[in-house]
Ligand binder design. Sequence first.
Ligand SMILES: *Cc1c(COP(=O)(O)O)cnc(C)c1O
Length: 465
Amino acid sequence: MLNHENSHTIFNNARNLIPGGVNSPARAFGAVGGEPIVFDRGEGAYLYDVDGNKYVDYVQSWGPMILGHAHPRVIAAIQAAAVKGTSFGAPTLLENTLAQMVIDTVPSIEKIRFVNSGTEATMSAIRLARGFTGRKKIIKFIGNYHGHVDSLLVAAGSSAATLGVPNSPGVTEGTIQDTILLPYNNVEALKNAFHSAGKEIAAAIVEPVAGNMGCVVGSSNFLYELRHLTQENGAVLIFDEVMSGWRVGKSGAGARFSLVPDITTLGKVIGGGLPVGAYGGRADIMDNILPKGKVFQAGTLSGNPLAMAAGVATLRVLNESDPFAAIERKAAMLAEGLEDAARDAKIPAAIEQIGSMMTLFFLTEQDNKIDQHRMSGTTFNGGIVERSTATSSTGGCFSSKITDWESASRCDTNRYANFFWNMLDRGFYFPCSQFETFFMSAVITEKEINQTIDAAAEVFKLLSL
Ligand SMILES: *Cc1c(COP(=O)(O)O)cnc(C)c1O
């Protein structure tokens, strides 16, 4: 067992100062039991805790750190911005630079506004959609997470699901009465909802690749119908790509699936590890935001120069090095290795992977018997791509076993907790919940991947005893 003495002391003190000892519940280890690790520093593919233990990091701050920790160019950009002053509450050139980079990368975004978190981005996008359409109702999918926005904090995946509080105390019935909840990847339910309330719907918000019930890919049928029905009914389609942006490919899930949402919300990678969110899309919709339009949205620190500098540096490195195909190849290598190792140890499991996002789902015996037919095709509209072609830019590797929150929530969370602690003990930091996504990065090499697969093979054998 690794020594976690310093982590233990620091976390114990934190508990007296901060509710639950953490500033975000996702990091509390509640779903796996035990106490969080307290980190001292990160470098490249590795994290170092306060007891001197070293881990290969597959959490990557829950998504942002696609270039690894403390990337020299990102750090240099933050330092250069900092010496010029940390905040002015006034325009800077860096905001234009990052805006232009995002607009050049994500085809559906014509204009963009920066905020400070993904939560702010989705909250503002919903308000904008309601202001733009003059309608009240929004569609949200079960198991999708869009931050802790009141009207979206129902059936909200990971943290909320993990803690068993799909409806948080403090979120009033009045707040969520205009939220229509639908199952993910279910075309029938979608059609019914639009049939009965189509002209009252201001917006549908969706994670086109869900990352907050574990990684679950939106099916082409489902996303296509969603685009079609929103358009037909004059509702705004919001793709929440706070996690999937730059993760399922450089231009996000919308571009990869050849679908054009009206608004896209972003965060995580675009901040390069600093607090940034953004929402952008059709200019005629975006122009409804104050001061150009009447929909109120503001932020003292929005477009903060340090955050913009980190984002610009991150996207610049990504543009220059174009690591996406290589990252995806490594992600498929890890996914395949974990799946084979689980099979060898007779542990029922399904891996969902697309781009640099993936989840290892531990299945119950019963779910494992469901026929696992992988569909194949070379484009997304052809559906789902076979593992052997997972290195192609349109590929991905997913089974038909986990398609929505219903199927995800049946997974064996005890077995996941066991896997998590045993991997941690061997120096591999995975997310502390079955219902979270883990990530490949530009700096994890085949060496670390092989070490991870070997360690996992050992752990699966222990789990099967
Ligand atoms: C992380 C996440 C959010 C919330 O972003 P925060 O910066 O944590 O507020 C919203 N939507 C999705 C899809 C996310 O993954």
